[in-house]
Design a protein around this ligand. Structure first.
Ligand SMILES: Nc1nc2c(ncn2[C@@H]2O[C@H](COP(=O)(O)OP(=O)(O)OP(=O)(O)O)[C@@H](O)[C@H]2O)c(=O)[nH]1
Ligand SMILES: [Zn+2]
Length: 352
């Protein structure tokens, strides 16, 4: 029956629910994102039993909570816990002011699959990676999903369909076209800027650019994204051919709100990688397969990739794109981005 939502559609719906603060049902468990949970709903969770707070192992380590599951800590909620306590466990903003939040009791028995699926969903909704989970029958009206199916689906790849394209003369490359691609899983759209008439037979000058609202639009001095974007477009304009993929993976995939949380932690003295970890994220949460899929979709099999990030080269090679050359994309340092660039070189393997 085509009118029944597919798994991908139901997951997309669940993402919207969690962002609004509405719980969802995962394999007989009521699940809510801590970031958007209200005090009233927390009381309702507690009335159903002893809720469990699911955190990523990264966040649990910072909180000195034991981790028994793969990549995940399940913390039993103390009876007197309130929303303020929960939020402080989820959000590292106040860690330095109130470092001791324990003792925290972590579960080691029982099935952790619903908790893993809950965290994967909350992360894919670009919320703080913290979820409240309690066993419950499904109240009417909530989105219902099976945890194993959610994990498998979120690990998979969405199909990317072209939806529209038009000529778009740019200051740095007059002969340009902007193509819009839409994934079939309700996720973010991605863009391809095709400069000139690039040949599909030779290695095309290519850039995979991850969205950076602060750098690309506002001209932030904290990172090198804006200058890299412009330098890439300029090089392609001068060569008369190129393809720039603008991937909506803001903040290395954690979203703009979480990136601003990371920036606030950086002002407290943590570097870009440590800040991600304290929030409960990995260094880099981007799905690099999207770039390869879009290039293939546009008919490009061979590229000269403009990047300083060897992981991007490896990823494209691993997904069937022949990277003939790595073209360095080094931009100017300033007092605000110098430490950030050093950390990228030291911890993330960037060649700067
Ligand atoms: N989480 C987080 N994301 C950041 C930070 N600074 C920049 N970003 C994001 O990082 C992405 C750019 O990634 P980079 O690591 O700078 O560069 P790269 O794309 O991996 O490598 P290059 O191809 O060499 O530019 C964009 O999505 C930015 O929004 C930060 O401090 N924290
Ligand atoms: Zn940036």
């Amino acid at each position: 029956m085509s009118l029944v939502p597919t798994l991908a559609e139901t997951i997309s719906r669940a993402r919207a629910d969690l962002r609004m603060g509405l719980p969802v049902i995962l394999g007989g468990h009521l699940v809510a994102a801590v970031e958007t949970l209200s005090a009233e709903r927390l009381q309702d969770f507690k009335a159903l039993g002893t809720p469990v707070l699911a955190l990523t192992a990264r966040r649990a380590e910072t909180l000195k909570a034991r981790v028994y599951d793969d990549g995940l800590g399940r913390i039993e909620l103390p009876e007197d816990s309130d929303l303020k306590w929960l939020r402080a466990l989820a959000d590292p903003a106040g860690d330095l002011m109130t470092p001791m939040k324990g003792p925290l009791f972590t579960l080691r028995d029982g099935d952790a699959t619903p908790h893993m699926a809950a965290l994967a969903l909350v992360k894919s909704a670009q919320l703080l990676p913290a979820a409240l989970v309690v066993p419950a029958h499904a109240p009417a009206g909530l989105t219902v999903l099976a945890p194993g199916a959610v994990l498998a689906q979120l690990a998979g790849e969405a199909a990317m369909d072209p939806v529209a394209a038009a000529r778009l003369p740019l200051a740095l490359a007059e002969r340009s076209r902007l193509h819009i691609f839409r994934p079939d899983d309700g996720g973010a759209e991605h863009y391809a800027i095709e400069i000139g008439d690039p040949s599909r037979d030779s290695a095309v000058l290519t850039r995979l650019h991850s969205a950076c609202y602060t750098g690309d639009v506002l001209g932030s001095l904290k990172c090198d994204c804006g200058p890299q974007l412009h330098a890439a477009l300029q090089a392609m304009g001068e060569e008369g051919a190129g393809i720039l993929l603008y991937l909506n993976q803001e903040g290395r995939g954690i979203g703009l709100a979480n990136k601003m949380r990371a920036y606030d932690l950086q002002d407290q003295g943590f570097d870009t990688v440590e800040a991600n970890h304290r929030l409960g994220f990995e260094d880099d949460e981007r799905d690099f397969r999207i770039g390869a899929a879009l290039l293939a979709r546009l008919g490009f099999g061979k590229v000269r990739l403009m990047t300083n990030n060897p992981r991007k080269v490896d990823m494209l090679q691993g997904h069937g794109i022949d990277v003939r050359e790595r073209v360095p994309l080094v931009t100017a340092r300033n007092p605000f981005n110098s430490k950030y660039l050093d950390i990228k070189a030291r911890k993330s393997g960037h060649l700067l």
